[in-house]
Design a protein around this ligand. Structure first.
Ligand code: FAD
Length: 252
């Protein structure tokens, strides 16, 4: 249908789509409801890879023993998204496709070096999550493609996640960080640039043996936060540095 009857807007949990409809910011008027496609909802191991279907909801990820064991920071992020109602409807695929720089699962997928499985009538392709976004709310997803699943390879090291918002529930992130302290540390931030950001320069400084204070200085130059209705650039820069220090201390 996406190929032959498009353009169609895929609908998953609708928690983003309905907001856009209510604001009148969605020009398209034709939709394709994915909700009944249970094949896109599975959470399973494929060999050593954790595969999370794009239609998996936050509630399903929170309850999944596989997610909690293999990628506990995905469960942590899911617990802090919206409230119970949004967790019951909102999906991982919707969070990715919506492409907001504040999407809470995105830093998790960035440090997990996840792979997106994209499917269309023409076939399937696998794309590294870290090359999916091309700019603010832009990605390489074609209009005839669906995100089918997210694949997470084995991840060694201590995982860490922290969301900073106005409240613990029903608040969009001012800053959100996911990190892994393995042989080489991995750090990603949301809400500090047009897309989710892997902090490769900060990571390189840590690998080279920089002190956490020096790494913090690198981070503060690496991110490009802005002033908006949720926060200021100055606040975001300061809090991002605080989070880096906290990650380092708590995973020592
Ligand atoms: C009250 C409220 C609180 C919220 N709080 C948070 C929060 O704390 N953190 C956060 O990150 N987000 C939050 N959100 C945003 C939203 O809930 C999430 O982004 C959610 O994951 C979207 O998933 P969905 O299934 O509802 O997507 P939908 O609204 O159905 O779709 C979103 C976009 O993705 C596309 N899409 C969906 N699935 C696919 C697919 N499989 N393949 C291709 N395209 C697809 C749709 O066409 C659409 O463009 C909140 C929303 C509300 C209304």
């Amino acid at each position: 249908m996406l190929r032959d009857e498009g353009p169609l807007v895929p609908l998953a949990g609708c928690t983003d789509v309905y907001v856009n409809l209510n604001f009148g910011t969605l020009p398209q008027k034709r939709f394709l409801n994915l909700w009944a496609l249970d094949a896109l909802r599975k959470i399973e191991m494929r060999g050593r890879v954790l595969s999370v279907g794009a239609l998996a909801t936050y509630t399903e990820m929170i309850r999944s023993p596989l997610v909690r064991r293999r990628l506990p920071i995905l469960a942590s992020a899911s617990r802090e998204i919206g409230g119970a109602q949004v967790q019951n409807r909102g999906t991982l695929g919707g969070n990715i496709a919506n492409a907001s720089p504040a999407g809470d699962t995105l830093p998790v997928l960035a440090v997990a070096e996840a792979v997106l499985v994209l499917e269309s009538a023409g076939g399937m392709r696998r794309v590294p999550f870290n090359s999916f976004y091309t700019g603010y709310r832009r990605s390489i997803l074609r209009s005839d493609e669906l995100i089918a699943a997210v694949e997470v390879p084995p991840l060694a090291g201590r995982q860490w996640f922290r969301k900073v918002g106005t409240r613990a529930a029903q608040a969009i992130s001012k800053v959100v960080m996911a990190a892994v302290r393995g042989q080489a540390p991995r750090v990603a931030l949301g809400s500090v640039a047009p897309t989710v950001l892997r902090l490769t320069q900060t990571e390189a400084a840590l690998v080279a043996g920089a002190s956490i204070e020096e790494a913090r200085e690198v981070l503060e130059h690496e991110i490009k936060p802005i002033d908006d209705i949720r926060s200021t650039a100055e606040y975001r820069r300061r809090v991002s540095g605080n989070l880096l220090e906290r990650f380092w201390r708590e995973t020592a």
